[in-house]
Design a protein around this ligand. Structure first.
Ligand code: ZN
Length: 282
């Protein structure tokens, strides 16, 4: 991907190496230990936390490079985010609307957002109430090593997918889905979540189409993205972790579905081609 040509976004918040303050900086393991002690002794966990005090083990697994050092990963993320801003600003403007870009938060280990306390293990995510995308850069290394999906376009797709959730929020789609989900049983609600995720994949593709128009894509980039979409399909993830796939518990769609919808966005470049809710769609 020729991302060096892209405008850099300034909507980046760098929280790497900063404690998420989940429990006064004691970290997840510390918190679990405290909860166990509290359970065994019948002590209020908040009291125990006060006794432990703050800042005993702030984890800095992936700190930001020292100032002055070139930070390639951050530069890459800023370039991709900047390009999504340009693409979505144009798409929204064509419809007479104004695009309000999200903020992208870089973090390591764990982070606190309006959606609560999240460890890096959950992977990149979007939090609708604060309009922020959260990315732990170690996920990109995982995408390469664990999921066999290397390449800068694979990483860009992941960022664009989260931005896709932001677009769904701005368009009011996420709210509508949330309201419907509340009135449904678990199985139907899961199926609707899958449709929402597939739409975010398609919207990532819509960005990819615009990046293609600007000649940012190189030979093999589309395949890189499709490989990533397939690698993080629910069926594959579940087979890896439990040996079998259980379609009812899918939350993101199968590998084939994810690749289908990403390709659909990439080929059409149109938001109205991303109607994953329509009956009879893949
Ligand atoms: Zn998603």
């Amino acid at each position: 991907m020729r991302w060096q040509m892209s405008r850099r976004s300034s909507n980046i918040e760098d929280r790497r190496g900063i404690s998420a303050g989940g429990a006064g900086g004691i970290g997840c393991v510390g918190l679990i230990i405290i909860l166990v002690i509290s359970y065994l002794t019948g002590t209020n966990p908040l009291e125990l936390l006060q006794q432990v005090g703050t800042d005993t083990s702030v984890s800095t697994r992936a700190p930001a490079p020292a100032s002055g050092e070139y930070d390639r990963e951050k530069d890459f993320v800023s370039a991709v985010l900047g390009d999504t801003e340009d693409a979505w600003t144009r798409i929204f403007a064509a419809d007479g609307q104004r695009y309000q870009p999200p903020t992208l938060v870089l973090f390591s280990d764990a982070v606190r957002s309006a959606c609560g306390f999240s460890s890096a293990a959950v992977g990149p995510f979007y939090c609708p109430p604060d309009h922020k995308v959260y990315v732990d850069l170690s996920f990109f290394r995982e995408l390469d090593r664990r999921f066999g999906a290397p390449g800068d376009f694979a990483q860009a797709y992941v960022i664009a997918h989260e931005v896709g959730h932001h677009v769904q929020t701005l368009l009011g789609i996420s709210d509508q889905i949330e309201q419907l989900r509340r009135r449904m049983g678990e199985r139907e609600a899961n199926a609707l979540s899958v449709r929402q995720e597939l739409q975010a994949d398609c919207l990532a593709g819509v960005w990819g189409y615009h990046a293609q128009q600007k000649n940012l894509l190189e030979q093999g980039d589309v395949e890189e993205g499709l490989r990533a979409a397939q690698a993080i399909g629910d069926d594959l993830l579940q087979k890896r972790s439990q040996g079998y796939a259980n379609p009812e518990s899918f939350t993101h769609g199968t590998s084939a579905q994810r690749a289908y919808w990403l390709r659909r966005g990439l080929q059409t470049g149109r938001v109205d081609a991303c109607n994953t809710m329509r009956e009879g769609e893949n």
